[in-house]
Write a protein that binds this ligand. Structure first.
Ligand code: ISE
Length: 339
């Protein structure tokens, strides 16, 4: 396609995130339109497609990708379905925005990475949306400017008000801490080499069997140490923060968000209820950047290497959680395509 044409996007998976991306492409961002929606729930996609001009519903991702109106694919189905959809997209050389995780484990992420390498060029942007959040971007550029010297440590916090039924200890790493894994690698521009997990006595709000909160420690190749408090039943809202401790100063994001008020003898602001609200602008910016780059014929943002590295750290993290030991992270050598 040429850059003046509108990008026809097939959105695969129309659950919470997929439906939000359909709304975003339709109503918020420019340069793209929803050309197809894909889900196993035929009623849901028919209802969705009926409300969008020129949008066709499909229950089969491959059939949607064969639709001539489809120029690019946004994958928002559950993680275990990503590999098959990515390979179908590669078979047609279609650009992809793939929600995190790239795939649920390091072996399948490596298969996807090898399949993309076989194309000879990048096709995938992975949906690590915090890289598009205004606060995280300010912190990143501050570290890049170098005025505070080398970063030595990061302190992260990641709190959710509560968890959906069936949320497990492994999901605390794979679904939640995976964001701090990506943020750590991105901010420090280094790989995570080992993981440890401490499990304090759980909150009374945690469902049976969930060890909540937990403290996750990373070591990087350059010798930095990063801690992440993950607390997924904190009971008061959604809160994410990061403090970088550097040689000549510190910098912190995430203390407040939105309007700060004084009234009735108190001061303060609001805590957002969930990640969709907190990161709404980051999701918008992420999808707009993907559309813009795709229309220019380019691929930017988090790559299959980032998705693979995150999956490998998650695996080590889940092992550290269950064994209580320090678990090293095993990665292949970084291929030239991702340097
Ligand atoms: C969820 O899957 C996300 O991706 C959110 O960003 C994260 O904060 C939450 O803990 C996860 O469950």
């Amino acid at each position: 396609m040429t850059s003046h044409e509108t990008l026809g996007v097939a959105v695969i998976g129309t659950g919470r995130m997929g439906a939000d991306h359909v709304r975003r492409i339709n109503e918020v961002i420019s340069g793209a339109r929803v050309a197809a929606v894909v889900d196993i729930d035929a009623d849901r996609i028919k209802r969705l497609a009926d409300g969008i001009t020129g949008c066709t519903p499909y229950t089969d991702p491959a059939a949607a990708m064969d639709d001539p109106a489809v120029d690019a694919v946004l994958i928002a189905s559950p993680g275990p379905a990503h590999e098959a959809a990515l390979l179908e997209a590669f078979a047609r050389d279609l650009p992809v925005l793939c929600e995190k995780p790239l795939t649920p484990d390091a072996a399948s992420a490596l298969r996807v990475l090898e399949a993309e390498r076989a194309l000879g060029h990048r096709r995938v942007q992975v949906g690590f949306m915090r890289r598009y959040d205004a606060d995280y971007r300010s912190l990143k550029s501050l570290l890049e400017q170098g005025a505070y010297g080398r970063p030595l440590m990061l302190h992260n916090k990641h709190r959710n008000a509560d968890t959906p039924p069936g949320f497990t200890n492994a999901m605390m790493i794979n679904d939640s801490v995976v964001h701090e894994i990506d943020v750590t690698r991105w901010l420090l521009e280094d790989e995570i080499t080992a993981v440890r997990v401490l499990r304090p006595a759980p909150t009374g709000n945690a469902p049976e069997g969930l060890s909540d909160p937990q403290l996750v420690l990373f070591e990087t190749a350059g010798g930095q140490v990063v801690d992440t408090e993950i607390f997924v039943n904190c009971d008061f809202g959604y809160q994410v923060g990061c403090e970088a401790v550097c040689e000549h100063g510190t910098a912190r994001i995430g203390d407040d968000h939105g309007v700060f008020s004084n009234a009735a003898g108190r001061w303060g602001g609001a805590v957002p209820p969930g990640f969709v609200e907190r990161f709404e602008e980051a999701y918008d910016r992420q999808v707009q950047h993907w559309v813009n780059a795709t229309r220019r014929g380019e691929v930017e943002g988090p790559s299959c290497w980032d998705g693979y590295a995150a999956a490998a750290v998650c695996e080590a993290g889940v092992r550290a959680q269950t064994t209580g030991e320090r678990v090293p992270v095993e990665l292949i050598e970084r291929p030239a395509l991702y340097r």
